[in-house]
Design a protein around this ligand. Structure first.
Ligand code: HEM
Length: 399
């Protein structure tokens, strides 16, 4: 069928809000037929309840094509073996369980928080000793998540510029398939080399070494390609997301004086405030796809087997049916859940790490530098509008 359909909206008109067209789509119906940037047609889900249904329905497969990049002739998009983020049950849980113990609130508090406390204080001290005006992304929002993921995985901190640059290329929907593929290949080669080095040195520190031990068992459930794929997944998913959230959260607090005051005056509000920032900013800006395994109905629409369904999480998290006054960051909001980390079996494995980083970095930054302000007008802050994760590229501030 040759349908003439609206394209999935991607251009933002306002710094911290999803594209304005979503508002109308969401008011008209919960699901809309659209054409995705990859050229395929399917369903865009703009409401919260229906989005949650898509993520929790086992008839919706996580084995999906990448919908947010333009279709190009040539090789397949998925550059490495699908990891558990692209698997369905029971395989998904089998692999996720292998590493889940490292991500519990207790494991994060015991094994990562002391390190996090130390590096945040070190970075704040370096900022205090440096020039009055500086780039907050370069000085804090990017290095902290990079160092945390290095610590978790057992990756040398000195390599962080290389893996961040490769991640950026892989995630940039504005680049060609070839350029994105080069980013992915860099990450694969990097983890492959690191795995070999760890095997030969007998290094047992970190999550990558745990995975190597599993892959080296007799009759292993992890193949070599899966081991490398999981290392790559954790490396990019574990730092780019949190760095984006830290930069955008700082921008939000810098441009919302009342929320900033509340954030500082009421330390007990840190956790709810972080949760609200996650909802309000919902950085996975082009949403997440699923593919229907059979004909089914959601939001009164008949979805056919094989159709792509994308949950537009930034918009679903602004649905007035689920959140009062959704376009305002409200730190007093009583909220039971949001979709910033997804929902259902694939809900973000690293969410406790992300929360720990956000609730350590943000209050300490604003307490240490009470006069912190933007060094350029807010509308001139360069934004990464093409990245899978919406982010500030650079955040010039004066302390
Ligand atoms: C604010 C920061 C973060 C955000 C907004 C975020 C967002 C998400 C989302 C939306 C998903 C669901 C994917 C899907 O349903 O297809 C996800 C999954 C995942 N995230 Fe995160 N993430 C963040 C931080 C992290 C960190 C710090 C790590 C690792 C250290 C991590 C590792 C993962 C992994 C391994 C998955 C796959 C889970 C599965 O399929 O079972 N994430 N994340």
């Amino acid at each position: 069928m040759n349908e003439t359909l609206p394209c999935m909206p991607v251009h933002r008109d306002s710094l911290l809000d999803p594209p304005a067209e979503y508002h109308q789509l969401r008011e008209e119906q919960p699901l809309t037929r659209v054409r995705f940037p990859n050229g395929t047609t399917g369903w865009l889900v703009t409401r919260f309840e229906e989005g949650s249904q898509v993520f929790s329905d086992p008839r919706m497969s996580a084995r999906r094509p990448r919908h947010d990049v333009p279709a190009e002739e040539g090789a397949e998009e998925a550059p490495f073996d699908p990891t558990f983020v692209m698997m369905d049950e029971p395989d998904h849980s089998l692999y996720r369980r292998l590493i889940a113990g490292r991500f519990t609130p207790k494991a994060v508090a015991q094994r990562l928080q002391p390190y996090l406390d130390r590096i945040v204080d070190e970075h704040l001290a370096a900022i205090a000793a440096g020039p009055d005006t500086f780039d907050l992304v370069e000085a804090l929002a990017l290095p902290v998540p990079c160092l945390v993921i290095c610590e978790l995985l057992g990756v040398p901190a000195a390599d962080r510029e290389g893996f961040h640059h490769a991640t950026e290329r892989m995630m940039d929907t504005g680049l060609s398939r070839e350029e994105r593929g080069a980013g992915a290949k860099w990450l694969i080669d990097y983890i492959t080399t690191l795995v070999a080095a760890k095997r030969s040195s007998g290094d047992t520190e970190g999550l990558l070494a745990d995975l190597i031990a599993i892959a080296d068992e007799k009759d292993p459930i992890l193949t070599e390609a899966q081991l490398v794929g999981m290392g790559v997944l954790l490396l990019f998913a574990g730092h780019d997301t949190t760095a984006a959230m830290l930069g955008l959260s700082a921008l939000t607090l810098l441009t919302h004086p009342q929320q900033r005051r509340q954030f500082l005056d009421q330390p007990e509000k840190t956790r709810p405030a972080v949760e609200e920032l996650l909802r309000y900013l919902t950085i996975v800006q082009f949403g997440l796809g699923r593919v229907a395994l059979e004909d089914l109905e959601i939001g009164g629409e008949r979805i056919r087997r094989g159709e792509l369904v994308v949950v537009a999480m930034p918009t679903a998290n602004r649905d007035p049916r689920a959140f009062d006054n959704p376009d305002t960051p409200d730190f007093d909001r009583r909220m039971t859940r949001h979709l910033a980390f997804g929902y259902g079996v694939h809900q973000c494995l690293g969410q406790n790490i992300a929360r720990a980083e956000l609730s350590t970095v943000l209050p300490r930054l604003f307490r240490r530098f009470p006069g912190l302000r933007l060094a350029v007008p807010a509308d001139q802050v360069p934004m990464d509008t093409y990245g899978t994760n919406y982010a500030v590229k650079k955040l010039m501030v004066t302390r």
